[in-house]
Design a binder for this molecule. Structure first.
Ligand code: KG4
Ligand code: ZN
Length: 349
């Protein structure tokens, strides 16, 4: 039942070998940060070209580290969407090519489903049902997860994703790309309550998010406090921390609301912003006080990785699945379109 997982939806090339019984056998992640940093954001064409260069040697290396040969696998899982279409096609064509050559099924995986299942890679794994908060550079979603393929989107961002707000605000404060982690580091030195930035949508019913107004509020305050166009270090740290606190307050508030509205007691957090330490601390405090629990994948599996794709692939592999006839890649793909599999080879617990 060993699955090879391939992820190339954005700016990480990632490969993993996972077995539902033996666990994760090997995984490799190559980040393209250095390639895109000079441009201040991901350049799709450069992303595709770098995936082409890195992917095949990484597949070889990962199989060698797992002590497996391709034809011994049960299937090849790959991210089929959503994501950058050129980048997706690199992983999808290689996955389907390898699966065909090895006589195996290929399993197209939804990137966000893989993110919300990533905590199942850990020893302390959540049982269904749970609420998932997916917070990355491209998405901010609250999802009610009744089981595999049984997803109801409770809320999402109306404009910027949480990670995008971190990145844009970081850029404004003069931090290098990618700004999220750098802003979080800078915030560590500052005061969270120095500026009363808005907690977007928290005072309104519902579970949607909006972060672009908050980003603008920070920009206006930065302009007001700059002297001769320069922000003093003491001003930057307070702006960073007050911004982070506003995002964290909003995310925590909506998570608590989602748990209360559904009566569920487990929260899963995934996506790059899930690595934020202040968010983790606050969620731990708030949920523990309510008798609820919060689950995360380890930090390296919060961001894009092959392990979550291999795991999702193992759960989606149908008995008797055929060798693939076509390559699937979709830039857009609604999570709620997914169905509960009628049968799966891998047991869930
Ligand atoms: O899930 P991910 O690797 O990529 C996708 O967007 O799919 O998430 C990356 C996002 C970026 O916006 C990055 O700035 C943000 O997650 N991020 C953080 C932290 N680490 C990564 N944001 C806040 N605090 C962090 N510690
Ligand atoms: Zn992602």
């Amino acid at each position: 039942m060993t699955i090879l997982g391939i992820e190339t939806s954005c700016d990480e090339t990632a490969v993993a070998v996972y077995d539902p019984r033996r666990g994760l056998l090997a995984h490799l992640i190559h980040s393209q940060i250095a390639t895109h940093a000079p441009f201040g954001g991901v350049v799709p064409e450069l992303a595709s070209r770098d995936h082409i260069r890195k992917l095949l040697p990484m597949v070889d290396g990962c199989l060698a580290a797992a002590g497996m040969a391709g034809p011994q696998l049960a299937g090849v899982a790959y991210t089929a969407g959503p994501g950058l279409i050129g980048a997706l096609l690199v992983g999808a064509t290689l996955a389907v090519g390898l699966a065909t050559a090895w006589g195996l099924p290929a399993i197209p995986v939804h990137h966000m489903e893989a993110h919300l299942l990533a905590p199942l890679l850990e020893a302390d794994r959540p049982e269904f049902p749970f609420i998932a908060l997916l917070v990355s550079g491209g998405h901010t979603l609250l999802v009610e997860v009744a089981g595999l393929g049984r997803y109801r989107i409770l809320g999402q961002t109306l404009d910027d994703a949480a990670g995008e707000a971190f990145d844009k605000t970081a850029k404004m404060l003069g931090l290098p790309y990618p700004g999220g982690p750098a802003l979080a580091r800078l915030a560590g030195e500052g005061r969270p309550d120095r500026h009363a930035f808005p907690r977007p949508m928290l005072n309104r019913a519902g579970l949607d998010f909006s972060f672009s107004g908050l980003k603008t509020a920070v920009a206006l305050k930065a302009r007001e406090l700059a002297q001769h166009g320069v922000l003093a270090e003491s001003v930057r740290v307070d702006l960073a921390n007050s911004f982070q606190e506003a995002v964290v307050d909003t995310l925590v508030g909506k998570c608590v609301r989602a748990l209360e509205a559904t009566g569920l007691e487990r929260l899963v957090v995934a996506g790059g912003v899930g690595a934020n330490r202040r968010l983790r601390l606050r969620l731990m405090d708030e949920l523990t006080a309510r008798g609820a629990s919060v689950y995360y994948p380890r930090n390296e599996f919060c961001t894009d990785n092959g392990a979550m794709i291999a795991l999702a692939g193992s759960l989606r592999l149908r008995p008797g699945a055929a060798v693939p006839a076509r390559v699937e890649a979709r830039a857009r793909w609604d999570l709620e379109e997914l169905q509960q599999p009628r049968e799966s080879l891998a047991a869930l617990s």
